[in-house]
Design a protein around this ligand. Structure first.
Ligand code: HEC
Ligand code: HEC
Length: 308
C-alpha cells in the first residue's frame, strides 16, 4: 500500500526536530529543503526557514497534551486560574478534542456518530488536518488568536441544549481570554508538526452523516513491523499494562489490545501526548510515526494482546 511506505523523509524531519535548540532545527530543516530532498514538510507546507521564532521555540508535545485538556497539571497550567472551575464543570465545551476529534477530522470521521448532549457540544465540521496543511504557522496562530465568532469564557453553558440552545455552546472558545500567546503557539506547533497523521496508521470508511453516521476501521497497523512493536510495548508499556496489555482495565472495559482495535483514532494521541492524570506522555520516545505504526501492528494480534 503506497501510503504506508516507511517514509525516510519523516524520519529525517522528526529527528531534526528532536534536536534541542531552535537554531539547529532551523538550519537542519533549511539545509534539508535546499538540498531538494523535500520541497515540503510532512504537513505539506513550505517556507520552513521563514517560520516565526515563537513557532520555532514552541513545544508541540505540550501542545498535544493541551489539545486533550489544556488546563491539566501536565501542561503546566496555572493551578490558581480562576477559570479552572468553569473548565472542569463544562469540560467538553473547552477540550479541543471534543469539537475536533482525536484524528482532527471533525465530524467527518471518528466522531461522525458522537452526537451532542446537554453536557457536550456538536463536533465541528472543520477538518483541522487539512486546515493545518493549508495554512502557515502564522496563519494558524492568527486564526486561534482571534475573538471574532468565539465564545467568551463567561458564557452560560449550563443551559446548553443541542436542539434549542446550541449557538454559543457550539462556538470555539475565545482563546485570547484564557491562554498566553506562547500556549497558543504550542497548539500551533502540535497541529503543524507533532500531530500524528492517522492516515498512515489505518484505513476507515464511513456511512451516513453526523451525528448519526458510523465508521469502521481496517488495515490497522498495516505495513508496520510487529516485532519492533512488541519490543516497544515491552520496554514502554509493560511496566504498567502488563506483558499482554490486560493488567489495567482501561476506561473500565478495555485491555490495551481491545482498546486499540476499537479506537485506533485515539491510541495514537494517548501514547505520544499522554492522558492527563493517568497515561504518561511518550513524546520524547515515540517521536517517530513509524514506531507508532509498529505498535499498532503488534497490538492487532489478539493472541499476544487479548481482550480483557
Ligand atoms: C466547542 C467546540 C470547540 C472547541 C472546544 C474548540 N473548537 Fe476549534 N473550532 C470550532 C468551530 C465551530 C470552528 C469553526 C468556526 C470558527 O472558526 O470559529 C473551529 C475552528 C478551529 C480552527 C480553524 C480556524 C478557523 O478560524 O476556522 C482551528 C485551528 C481550531 N478550531 C483549533 C482549536 C483548538 C486548538 C482548540 C482547543 C484549544 C479548539 N479549536 C477548541 C469549535 C471548537
Ligand atoms: C506509568 C504507567 C503507565 C505506562 C508506562 C503506560 N501506561 Fe497506558 N495507562 C496507564 C493508566 C494508569 C491508564 C488509565 C487507565 C484507566 O483508568 O482508564 C492508562 C491508559 C492507557 C490507554 C487508554 C487511554 C484512555 O483513553 O482511557 C491507552 C490506549 C494506553 N494507556 C496505552 C499505553 C501504551 C501503548 C503504553 C506504552 C507506549 C502505555 N500506555 C504506557 C498507565 C501507564
Amino acid at each position: 500500500m503506497l501510503k504506508r511506505w516507511r517514509r525516510s523523509s519523516d524520519r529525517k524531519g522528526q529527528a531534526a526536530r528532536a534536536w534541542p535548540g531552535g537554531k539547529t532545527v532551523t538550519l537542519a530543516l533549511t539545509a534539508f529543503v535546499l538540498a531538494g530532498a523535500a520541497a515540503c514538510d510532512d504537513d505539506g507546507t513550505t517556507g520552513v526557514s521563514g517560520d516565526p521564532p515563537e513557532f520555532i521555540a514552541a513545544d508541540g508535545i505540550n501542545g498535544g497534551t493541551m489539545y486533550d485538556k489544556f488546563w491539566a497539571p501536565e501542561t503546566g497550567w496555572d493551578r490558581n486560574d480562576p477559570n479552572l472551575t468553569t473548565f472542569n464543570d463544562h469540560s467538553n465545551f473547552f477540550r479541543c478534542k471534543q469539537c475536533h476529534a482525536w484524528d482532527r477530522k471533525g465530524n467527518a470521521a471518528s466522531y461522525i456518530g458522537r452526537a451532542p448532549s446537554t453536557t457536550r457540544p456538536n463536533v465541528s465540521s472543520v477538518n483541522l488536518v487539512a486546515y493545518a496543511e493549508n495554512h502557515t504557522p502564522q496563519e494558524v496562530f492568527d486564526a486561534l488568536w482571534s475573538s471574532s465568532g468565539r465564545r467568551s469564557v463567561t458564557a452560560d453553558l449550563s443551559t446548553y441544549d443541542p436542539q434549542t440552545n446550541n449557538t454559543v455552546g457550539d462556538q470555539m472558545p475565545d482563546l485570547t481570554e484564557i491562554m498566553t500567546e506562547a500556549q497558543v503557539w504550542d497548539l500551533v506547533k502540535f497541529l503543524k508538526e507533532e500531530a500524528n497523521d492517522t492516515d498512515l496508521l489505518y484505513d476507515y470508511s464511513t456511512t451516513g452523516t453526523y451525528p448519526t453516521g458510523s465508521i469502521t476501521y481496517s488495515n490497522i497497523g498495516a505495513g508496520g513491523d510487529p516485532d519492533n512493536g512488541d519490543a516497544l510495548f515491552s520496554a514502554n508499556c509493560r511496566p504498567c499494562h502488563g506483558a499482554d496489555g490486560t493488567a489495567i482495565l482501561v476506561d473500565g472495559s478495555y485491555s490495551i489490545g481491545s482498546f486499540l482495535r476499537a479506537k485506533p483514532y485515539e491510541v495514537q494521541h494517548k501514547v505520544k501526548f499522554g492522558q492527563p492524570g493517568s497515561n504518561p506522555s511518550m513524546g520524547t520516545i515515540l517521536t517517530d510515526i513509524n514506531d507508532i505504526l509498529d505498535l499498532y501492528a503488534a497490538l492487532t494480534n489478539t493472541t499476544k494482546y487479548p481482550d480483557p
